[in-house]
Design a protein around this ligand. Structure first.
Ligand SMILES: [Zn+2]
Length: 151
């Protein structure tokens, strides 16, 4: 029981760590944190990188370490799991609305302008600020926005 409470508090702590590229969403929202468990009083956290080669991943890992150590948690191990690979399906439901509020079109087959919901959009660049996002322009409202690519 104590362990369950502690695991819950670790999840709560991890939810306070924002994605470095999209501060509106946490690394838990994105589905990067796969598992939190205790084994012989050692904390094991399993994380899966999003898009391969996303430079933010090592930064996220450092942020997890920084947050754990700020809570005086020192007996931990962070495992990186590559299988199964991360997909946008792992994002929590409300993360998609958070992305939209941040002006980023959430992952979907159909790219929709986050400002006016028009599908009359034009791809400007396959690679936006990072390889995770493509840059689009809305032909209805002229908004330029990022689309979080669906994988
Ligand atoms: Zn628009």
């Amino acid at each position: 029981m104590v362990k369950e409470i502690f695991t819950e508090s670790i999840w709560e702590l991890l939810k306070t760590i924002p994605d470095p590229e999209i501060p509106a969403v946490s690394i838990v929202d994105l589905g990067i944190v796969r598992n939190v468990e205790f084994d012989n009083n050692k904390l094991n956290i399993t994380i899966t990188p999003t898009y391969s080669g996303c430079p933010a991943f090592s930064f996220m890992k450092e942020e997890i370490i920084r947050h754990l150590e700020a809570e005086n948690i020192t007996n931990y191990q962070i495992k990186t799991s590559l299988a199964p690979p991360w997909t946008t399906d792992w994002m929590s439901n409300d993360v998609k609305s958070k992305l939209k509020e941040a002006g980023i079109a959430p992952p979907s087959h159909e790219v929709v302008c986050p400002q006016c919901d028009s599908q009359n959009v034009q791809l400007i660049s396959e690679f936006g600020s990072t390889s995770c996002k493509a840059l689009y322009k809305c032909k209805e409202c002229s908004e330029i926005f990022h689309h979080f690519k669906q994988i």
